[in-house]
Design a protein around this ligand. Structure first.
Ligand code: NAD
Length: 498
């Protein structure tokens, strides 16, 4: 059985031999092991990244972009292999893995624009014969820590742009789905990336803590659950590091009485049950404005949920695969029991699903709750499974107040045919990413991705324009060339254009 190692200074590196099991959630079997980096291994990666930095920083951005162009081509050529690795370890369907990879490649596209993105700003005659310009310079060694649910896309949100900006990078992928990140990093090296510019250390909290503690790591990008995000944010800021820590979510969709119900129902099916609900942008609550809307939605959704095609992620033509681990399956099932006990009405119960040929897989069918109220844990907490909760309200203001009172503010959407309602919603809602008749408003790579409240700790969102700002620091240079014959007397007043 293969053991996934680390990639340090361009070489596959074996650490101290401590490993963790990697499962195929569709079969429930251990399919490989992954090394768990010790402090010494992480330190090796930091040394490699630090050594590679001066040369990479001084490599012209256009040359860095050429490596990224070749990397993008290799990613496209090896799409099938990457999709297989994602689906094998995560369990999501092949079509979903393909979508994730495409959205990741989009970020490589954006990073190839490095020469344009790093052009800086220039002002001639900021003062008499004085020119001023701002440069956006690399930070040094930066690190990324990523979750299991987008094992290819989320790392690609981070390092292509960080590296295009002249930094060197250490990625700590999720120990639950580590293979695609390593495979993709090998492709980057085949594209001509110099050794040490991108390093991968596999591991868990021990590896992450080494990155947090090292004074050589200047910035951290994190994506994962909110408790870990809060930990990473506080430990990084305490040490003066730059940090962006993206956390969990509870995303609401508002369904207005004038909405196109057929469109809304099929959009909600994909957004709630795609990837088995294991997406930070998954819709997990529908706020129905009026009882008639709720009743009509239940009538539309129920047969569609019961007809979900569920099976092994590695097969074609399915709607939903399994959850990632047995422990997570038990956690999601526990939430369902708790919802029932709290008085919510379980309309569709997906528990006790058995998939023929995959009896040991971590499967659960789609679940639908009605009459969910804000005090219930199934409403307050992120379940991260295929569980959709219906909350009934009587008007739009009530819907907005409910969403704004929630701890999380990652994504939301509204289904309506009224432009005025949509405009008001987009303006008043305290959520970072908003869809209007679009259920998963994940910004494209040339915008930036980030929630509000407990869905993002830090000042800048991920990738896009905010990503460029995050991975560079501004330096402003003010210059004057003095003519020998025009020496001026000392000026003691603060310089101005008056
Ligand atoms: P997680 O927090 O368990 O793990 C994320 C990463 O942090 C992994 O690499 C893991 O090894 C590391 N980690 C875990 N516990 C740690 C600790 N105590 N100290 C240091 N490092 C630790 O998250 P997950 O289960 O892999 O991913 C699912 C979560 O990620 C969900 O909450 C989901 O909403 C969130 N997520 C958010 C976004 C976003 O953009 N906001 C995107 C994807 C996933």
């Amino acid at each position: 059985m293969r053991t996934i190692t680390h990639l340090i200074d361009g070489e596959m590196t074996i650490g101290n031999g401590k490993t963790s099991a990697v499962f195929n959630p569709s079969t429930g079997n251990v399919i490989r092991h992954v090394e768990m980096a010790s402090k010494t291994t992480v330190q090796q990666a930091i040394i490699a990244a630090k050594a590679a930095f001066p040369l990479w920083r001084d490599t012209p951005p256009a040359k860095r972009a050429q490596v990224l162009f070749r990397f993008k081509l290799l990613l496209e050529q090896h799409e099938e292999q990457i999709i297989t690795l994602i689906s094998e370890e995560h369990g999501k369907t092949r079509e979903d893995s393909a979508g994730e990879l495409k959205r990741g490649i989009e970020n490589v596209d954006f990073a190839t624009a490095a020469p344009e993105l790093l052009k800086g700003e220039f002002s001639r005659n900021a003062g008499p014969e004085i020119d001023s310009w701002s440069d956006f310079q690399a930070l040094g060694v930066v690190a990324g820590i990523t979750p299991f649910n987008f094992p290819a896309m989320v790392p690609l949100w981070m390092y292509p742009l960080a590296i295009a900006c002249g930094n060197t990078f250490i990625l700590k992928p999720s120990e639950r789905a580590p293979s695609s990140a390593l495979y993709i990093a090998e492709l980057f090296h085949q594209a001509g990336l110099p050794k040490g510019v991108l390093n991968i250390v596999n591991g868990d909290k021990e590896a992450v803590d080494c990155l947090l503690e090292s004074p050589d790591v200047k910035a951290l990008s994190f994506v994962g659950s909110t408790p870990t995000a809060e930990y990473i944010y506080s430990e990084s800021t305490r040490r003066g590091k730059r940090v962006q820590a993206l956390g969990g979510a509870k995303n609401h969709a508002v369904l207005m009485p004038d909405a196109d119900l057929t469109h809304a129902a099929s959009a909600l099916m994909g957004a709630a049950y795609g990837s088995c609900g294991e997406r930070c942008m998954a819709i997990s609550v529908v706020v129905c404005v009026g009882d008639l809307v709720a009743d009509a939605l239940i009538e539309k959704l129920t047969p569609q949920i019961q007809a979900l095609r569920i099976g092994a992620g590695t097969e074609h033509g399915l709607d939903m695969g399994p959850l990632v681990t047995k422990a997570h399956l038990e956690k999601v099932s526990g939430y369902i029991t708790e919802g029932v006990n709290a008085g919510a009405k379980l309309i569709v119960d997906g528990r006790d699903l058995s998939v023929a040929g995959y009896e040991n897989g971590f499967f659960i069918g789609g679940c639908l709750f009605d009459r969910v109220t804000p005090e219930m844990r199934i409403y307050r907490e992120e379940i991260f499974g295929p569980v959709l909760c219906i909350v009934r309200v009587s008007n739009l203001e009530e819907a907005i107040a409910l969403i704004n009172a929630h701890e999380y503010g990652n994504g939301t959407c509204i289904f309506t045919n009224d432009g005025g309602v949509a405009r008001l919603f987009a303006n008043k809602i305290e959520v970072g990413m908003v869809g209007i008749n679009v259920p998963l408003p994940v910004p494209v790579s040339y915008h930036s991705f980030g929630g509000w409240k407990h869905s993002l700790f830090g000042d800048l969102a991920a990738y896009g324009p905010d990503g460029v700002r995050f991975y560079t620091r501004r330096k402003t240079i003010t210059q004057r060339w003095v003519k020998r014959e025009s020496h001026e007397a000392a000026q003691f007043a603060f310089p101005s254009n008056d």
